[in-house]
Design a protein around this ligand. Sequence first.
Ligand SMILES: *Cc1c(COP(=O)(O)O)cnc(C)c1O
Length: 415
Amino acid sequence: MSDLADSPAVRRLDDWDLERLESLADEYDTPLYVMDLDRVKANYARFSAAFPDAHVMYAAKAHTGKAVLEAVLEAGGSIECAAWGELRRSIDAGADPNELQYTAVNPPDHDLDYATDLAAEHPGLTITIGAVDTLERLAERGYDGRIAIRINPGIGTGHHEKVATGADAKFGIPYERVPEVAERVREDFDLVGLHAHAGSGVLTAGLEDHCRAISRVGEMARRVGDDTLEFVDVGGGYGVPYREDDEPLDLEKTSNMVREAIGDLEAQLKLEPGRYVVADAGLILSEVNTIKEAPDTTVVGIDASLATLIRPAMFGSYHPMLNVSAPDREAREVTVGGPVCTSADVFAHDRPVARPERGDVVAIGNAGSYGYELASQFHSQPRPAEVALEDGEDRVVRRRETLEDVTRVERESGQ
Ligand SMILES: *Cc1c(COP(=O)(O)O)cnc(C)c1O
């Protein structure tokens, strides 16, 4: 495990074995998701080594593939889930239900039914609530087990307003109401922790804001009695360097700052990184199918689209891109887009890329988190295959969908 913890803090696109990537594209066709499970384990190990006395859970929603969940479990991680399907898939991957944590955000009935049924068999399960309403619904289901309260610290951090959850009223109990809600929880349930997830994509520059939110969580833990709590969970949101010149998060500094911000606590510190564990373990391979000279740019058409990776269209996110087939060609500024009929289906504007030609394979980096997880069948496109790399081997962990897969539910409905 110590070797894994010493793994480099960042893996950029040109650190991958480009010849191997090209042969994967040949063998499995494009677009193709590639997920390096060794890197998943190394990322988990490095993150938890930086927080030696904390408990590090993996936030499943970043990538809920079975192979990824298995890799996290193998690395010694436990799993944070935000929906019933994530709980179910974690159990299928071998997680002990007693160690799962379920974060309920406006939970549909079915989610609460599933979580409370699971807890009846496995009382170690923890349910995190962000509304008093949810408590009432849990009580209606006869639940009296472990509860953590999600705090809205009133300070949001993150790389984009849509993921800066810390100050958004949608998430968590308003800060000043937490003590009374803690009392309410203690009447009928077992209050085991406080929780906050203050945002996403925090890099070294964003650490100060992030830590201001964390210090409010520590303060609240002491107000409600940290010696009566099992844990204080500061969530995830630890970023990865999407841009070539972004520095990776300095984990030692992060750990020191988080510790200092949270202050003295009797309760155990918990963290829930999602993207940090999986982002740079994954990429998308895509083939160039069109080169078009336009008056002010060269348009490069590829077979991946916003149905394959929606982050650029949804958040305006930057993902690194590399011409795997000809990395040494002279770079030229290009606009790279997919086959979907919206101007949002663009991965890069005026980006220098080693001059792409039709048939080249390009890699889109940092696609291991919120990639396949948010993939759709928009434009009746079957979702691509996913290949896992582990111990020098590769294997398909999700086959390429066919048009039959796209239309199956409709046909089963008699259409
Ligand atoms: C999404 C989420 C995380 C993980 O966020 P990342 O930015 O992927 O680290 C952790 N905890 C909760 C409750 C979340 O909703």
